[in-house]
Structures are given as C-alpha cells and as structure tokens.
Design a protein around this ligand. Structure first.
Ligand SMILES: *Cc1c(COP(=O)(O)O)cnc(C)c1O
Length: 374
C-alpha cells in the first residue's frame, strides 16, 4: 500500500491526517442525527472505544464509559476540564509543551484554581519532584497531563505518572489525543479517570468530534458542575446513555460515519498493536533516512514517540523552511512547522494512512530537493 492517488498530497501532520479512500467514501451519504439506526451506530462506536481502552481488562468494561463530543480535540479537553472539577477543586497541570499549557489556559478562562507546572518544552516531567509534591497534604483534587506532547513528539511516562497521581488520591485526566489508538493504553490498569482523544488522530478518522473515556464512578459525581452548556460532559453522557446514542445537539454525522469505518479498518489492520508497529516502522524509516541526509532529531530516541518527530532545521545560510515546505508539497508531501519556541525546527508526522514505503519515497524526494543547498 502506498500514497493516495486521489489526493493532492500526503499529510505528514499530526491530524487532520491522510485517511483511507474508504474512510472518505463513508462520508458520501447523508444521515439523520436523530434516527435510531444512526444512534445505534453511535453507541456501538462508544462500546468499541471503551474496548480499545481496556486491552487486557475486559472485566472492567462496566466501570468505564465513553462520551463523544462535537468540536476539535480541544473542545473535548475543555469539556472535561470545565465539567469535572468542582468549584472548590484545584487542578495541577504537568506541562512540557503547547498542549499541556493549553489545559492551563482553559482552566484560567474558566476561573478554575490551577497551577501549571512547566517542565520546559524540551524537558521531562520530574517524577521524583512530582511524588514529593503529591505526598502529604498537597491540596490538589485533579492532575492533568498530556501523554504524547505533540509539540515535540515526546511520550510522557504515563504508567509512572499514573501510579504517583493515584497513590496521592487525586483524579487523573490524560490528554491522549495524539497517542490513543496508536499505542496500547489500559485505562483500568492505570486507573485513569478521564482520557481524551479525537477522531482525526491515530484512529485515522476525519475531524469533527472528540471522545472521552471516563471512569463511570468519577463521571457520576460531576452532575451540574459544567461551566458551559454545550460542553457539559455529564449532560452529553446522560443523553447518549439514556437516549440510546443520541447527541444533545446536532452531531457531525458524516464524521461519525467515517469514524465507524476507521474503527473497522483499525480492527482489520490487527488492532492497536499492529498499528503501533506500522507507526514505529514509519518513524524508523523516516529517522534513519533523515539522519543519513544529515538531519538531527531533537529528542533522545528513548523518549521519542512513533507519532510525530521533530528535526532541527539545517543551518545552511541558503536554507529556509518555507521553501523546503513548498518544494516537498509540490512533490506530494505536506510536513509540519516546528512549535518549540526556542529551537529552529520542523516536524514530520508518522500517523494516518501512511506506510513505510511512503516514508522511503519522502526520503528520496528530500534528498533530491535539498540540492539547492549544495
Ligand atoms: C491534536 C491535539 C489536541 C487537540 O487539538 P485540536 O486542534 O483542538 O484538535 C490536543 N492535545 C494534543 C496532545 C494534540 O495532539
């Protein structure tokens, strides 16, 4: 399998990403948002997402539930932050990039008591310091962390973080936007209370909604806490749960249909582990090829996720990212600008309907396009 002939270019970006032709084909019909057939499809999707979040602990499937939420991924993050922290709660955000900081911004806008612990965009979360901070009478009701910080591609050590947070009797919120579906995460084993992801990342659907895997007992405590009407997580859950898969307000029907197809294709590929292997291969072909061309990765290999990779821009005076970008786009590849504030870098995504052969083609194109530097 290889690139998509009916698309102008392959998206090597962390979502929206390149989808399969069959996922896009699923959007070519109009679906009623209130119809029973559609609502049953919605509930089947919720069940399948819970199953994906419990790879080894199927027995826990009654303990977890799933809520779908309209909007981009940030809307789902905002829905959780705004809906599950009580008026007297206090949130600790562990941040090492834009998406961690965004959780802090959301809390600020909603006047939630929050402390953003910033470890720096290129820094690791200090687990010893965290353990110390959360020992004794720490005063936090909730801790939020990003699993794969898409700013750099760093994979934060979610098992260790979960252990520390849960030992401190604190509610754990995980933004697993760019990792869920691309690496095995067991919400029951890690005892995660709220995990957030979206349709257009590793499940390989199109944009339009996000989803929250929630521990039922934690979600049930949040009735009436929401600071927003349309992003009220509890109310959305109640409506879906009791209405047989109904959304409170107009749902992104085409996107949901495409997502259903994407879930079918994830299973056909062999599930999350098989997809993880493909992303690892994509990443390895990319990194080996780029290093052979003289590019340097920003992160150490042992903290690097297989989802998105950050490279330093070449230092040649003749090099400009914009020109590099345009040249690659003309050849059928769209890459991603850097997001680290104090480093000159760019990013290449490895996720989506993208295969090792595509990465090999990319490396060939980069090696021929770089001649303008010579
Ligand atoms: C993509 C992403 C989001 C959500 O971004 P949107 O642009 O709102 O879809 C949130 N967190 C992380 C880590 C992401 O990668």
């Amino acid at each position: 399998m290889s690139a998509i002939p009916d698309n102008p270019y392959l998206l090597l970006t962390p979502g929206p990403l390149s989808t399969s032709p069959t996922v896009r084909q699923a959007m070519m019909k109009d679906w009623c948002t209130w119809d029973q057939e559609y609502n049953q499809l919605v509930n089947a999707i919720r069940d399948r997402l819970v199953a994906l979040a419990l790879p080894e602990s199927d027995a826990a499937s009654e303990e977890f539930t799933c809520v779908l939420m309209q909007g981009s991924g940030s809307a789902s993050v905002e829905s959780v932050i705004g809906s599950v922290i009580p008026p007297d709660g206090k949130l600790l955000v562990l941040a090492n990039g834009t998406y961690g900081k965004r959780i802090g911004q959301i809390a600020d806008v909603l006047s939630i008591d929050v402390k953003v612990w910033d470890f720096g965009e290129q820094g690791a979360i200090d687990l010893d310091a965290l353990e110390q901070q959360l020992s004794g009478d720490h005063g936090y009701s909730h801790v939020a962390v990003v699993h794969c910080e898409t700013t750099t591609g760093r994979l934060n050590p979610i098992e260790q973080i979960a252990k520390i947070v849960k030992n401190s009797n604190t509610c754990l919120i995980v933004d697993a936007m760019s990792s869920f579906g691309g690496v095995s995460i067991d919400v029951a084993k890690l005892d995660i209370d709220f995990l957030i992801s979206s349709a257009n990342k590793c499940i390989q659907g199109v944009p339009g909604f996000g989803f929250i895997i929630a521990k039922r007992s934690a979600l049930e405590l949040t009735q009436g806490m929401a600071r927003s009407l349309s992003l009220d997580l509890y109310d959305q859950w109640k409506c879906m749960q009791e209405g047989g898969g109904k959304w409170r307000f107009t749902s992104p029907t085409h996107t949901v249909r495409a997502f259903d197809q994407a879930l079918i294709e994830l299973a056909a590929e062999g599930g999350v582990d098989a997809r993880h292997q493909r992303y690892l291969q994509n990443h390895q072909v990319l990194v080996d090829g780029m290093r052979a061309l003289g590019f340097k990765t920003m992160l150490e290999d042992d903290v690097q996720s297989p989802f998105i990779t950050t490279f330093y821009n070449p230092t040649d005076a003749a090099y400009q990212f914009e020109e590099f970008y345009q040249r690659l786009k003309l050849k059928g590849f769209v890459i991603y600008p850097g997001k680290v504030s104090d480093a000159d870098c760019f990013r290449i995504g490895n996720i989506g309907h993208v295969f090792p052969e595509d990465m090999e083609r990319l490396i060939k194109v980069i090696s021929t396009e770089l001649y303008w530097l010579a």
